[in-house]
Design a protein around this ligand. Structure first.
Ligand SMILES: [Zn+2]
Length: 58
């Protein structure tokens, strides 16, 4: 079992579709939740570790 380029052809299952709220292709079909914004949660998914770079140097 390789996980390089040759095995990418087997990835034919749809796990994420376009999210109607954030527009990312992150809406998980099985879990019915967007991995990007957390839709259908009323509040947007946000984590401190996911913030943009360049806050607080380094
Ligand atoms: Zn979303």
């Amino acid at each position: 079992m390789s996980k390089g380029t040759p095995s990418f052809g087997k990835r034919n299952k749809t796990t994420h579709i376009v999210c109607r709220r954030c527009g990312h292709r992150s809406y998980n079909v099985a879990k019915r939740r967007c991995a990007h914004c957390g839709y259908p949660d009323p509040r947007w998914r946000s984590y401190s570790w996911a913030r943009k770079r360049k806050q607080r140097g380094k």
